[in-house]
Design a protein around this ligand. Structure first.
Ligand code: RIB
Ligand code: CA
Length: 303
């Protein structure tokens, strides 16, 4: 399966990219970057670093620096660290970005790989909304869009109502849900049932010294956030769960409903069912232990 991950790496983004590199069903043809966990130039640098570390020769196309209609953005430094990789801050600049913007690259790849390309968006949906606007055929050209975002039937994580990716650009998210391609929504409803603990990272690092060791090192900061803020002993495999949903739909239970995003007020970023909207497939249950095991098995095979 040909896959582009639209990403803001980001600790759990790095885990998802490592998973995609290790999964035999996935051909990772490129990454597109967006603001979110970091500033977009940090997302792009981190994405290029990860591809190099994984030995993948694929482009990184840089996307939106800020949300639609907004001119400010504060990265989630308290969650992902000052450079996106927790306490690891000496991340080299490797190579350079693709000449196309993220939205242009997505549109182009969807034309080239018409009907075959899956786009997995694991950051704010700004680039996806831009691609849908740029090419009216983009929605039909891709096989499907799989989104890590939203908290449809459970509380949010960045506010009591909103999940972080949707909260960072509610207008873009609402634009996508107003006129969606074939879409699977992998929100907190399922990603908080895939907790990865410190001992899991240690085991991963024993089997995969380089990549697993890197993920263990960057995760310490992330695990501390989950413990301090949520009292949890592990972190959600948010973005990895979305990548796994691209190829293992049978591990998820989904409901069909339209979605609307609250664009202002105290509930800004809330994703709520809206029967008047086109249907998307919202994951409401998951084989969480199966996702954790699959992630470990695949990433442990990396050097
Ligand atoms: O809410 C989880 C999402 O927001 C993930 O994509 C993660 O990277 C974060 O910032
Ligand atoms: Ca992310």
């Amino acid at each position: 399966m040909k896959l582009i991950i639209d990403t803001d790496p980001g600790i759990d983004d790095a885990m998802a990219i490592a998973y995609a590199a290790a999964a035999p069903e996935i051909e990772l043809i490129g990454l597109t970057t967006v603001f979110g966990n970091t500033h977009v130039h940090q997302s792009s640098r981190n994405a290029r670093f990860l591809l190099d570390k994984l030995g993948i020769d694929a482009p990184v196309a840089e996307g939106a620096p800020v949300a639609q209609g907004a001119d400010t953005h504060a990265p989630s430094e308290h969650v992902h660290g000052p450079e996106g990789f927790g306490d690891v801050t000496d991340i080299p600049q490797i190579g350079s970005n693709h000449s196309l913007s993220a939205a242009e690259y997505l549109v182009e790849m969807a034309r080239v790989h018409k009907g075959e390309l899956v786009v997995c968006a694991v950051g704010p949906l700004t680039n996806i909304a831009a691609a849908l606007r740029l090419d009216p055929e983009f929605a039909q050209n891709i096989a499907r869009l799989v989104i890590m975002g939203g908290a449809v039937y459970c509380p949010g994580n960045i506010t009591p109502h909103a999940e972080a990716n949707i909260y960072h650009d509610p207008l873009a998210a609402d634009e996508v849900f107003a006129n969606p391609p074939t879409t699977v929504v992998v929100g907190l409803d399922v990603t908080l049932r895939t907790l990865y603990e410190g001992a899991d990272f240690d085991g991963l690092a024993e089997q995969s010294a380089d990549m697993g060791g890197f993920l263990r090192d960057i995760s310490k900061f992330y695990l501390k956030f989950y413990k301090d803020v949520g009292g949890l002993e592990g972190c959600g495999l948010h973005d990895s769960t979305a990548v796994i949903a691209c190829t293992h739909a049978d591990m998820f239970t989904m409901v069909e409903t339209g979605l609307q995003v609250v664009a202002d007020g105290p509930e800004i970023g809330l994703t709520r069912p809206d029967p008047s909207r086109p249907v998307v497939h919202v994951c409401c249950d998951v084989d969480g232990a199966g996702v954790v095991d699959l992630f470990t098995q695949r990433v442990a095979s990396l050097p």
